[in-house]
Design a protein. Structure first.
Length: 163
């Protein structure tokens, strides 16, 4: 096991690409831009934070920092999935959108691990739950979560006055 896989087991291009793929398959035939995929990916991983199914990943206090690095990780995952023709990049009014390719659903169906099944369930939940909600509104939700975690973390680490 290399150093990267010990420190970021769920953020390799393969893992982030499969998460993006699951979101796009759940949303098909709708296409999403990178910004929406970043927000949706976060909500898939931490669905329990928004009153959804149990989160895929543990509720670590510093998970709010994930929001800061998620965009580049998702981009790398999208590139990997695109290189395998599982995701297609299509021109949009303000850049590019991404849509599941023809082989995406069969590929996901071939993944039988419990984690893969839970991922697909959460992707479907997130797509259904946030259908009709703008990316900006979703971003406001994730940023409120970030603010809540930051204030909770600061409260835990605040020095005691009577010591």
């Amino acid at each position: 096991m290399n150093r990267h896989s010990r420190t970021a087991p769920f953020n390799s291009p393969l893992e982030t690409g499969i998460r993006a793929l699951a979101i796009l398959v759940a949303a098909y035939p709708e296409a999403f831009d990178l910004e929406r995929l970043v927000e949706m990916d976060y909500l898939v991983v931490h669905s329990g934070d928004v009153d959804g199914p149990e989160s895929l990943h543990a509720a670590l206090p510093m998970r709010a920092g994930e929001l800061l690095v998620r965009r580049g990780l998702i981009e790398n995952g999208l590139l990997l999935m695109s290189s395998r023709n599982l995701i297609q990049r299509i021109p949009a009014e303000d850049g590019f959108d991404f849509i599941a390719g023809d082989a995406a659903a069969p590929f996901l169906a071939s993944l039988t691990a419990t984690y893969s099944q839970r991922l697909q369930e959460r992707a479907l939940w997130v797509v259904e739950r946030f259908a009709g909600v703008t990316t900006s509104e979703i971003r406001q939700i994730t940023h409120r979560l970030f603010e809540n975690w930051s204030s909770q973390f600061q409260a835990i680490n605040r020095p005691r006055e009577n010591q």
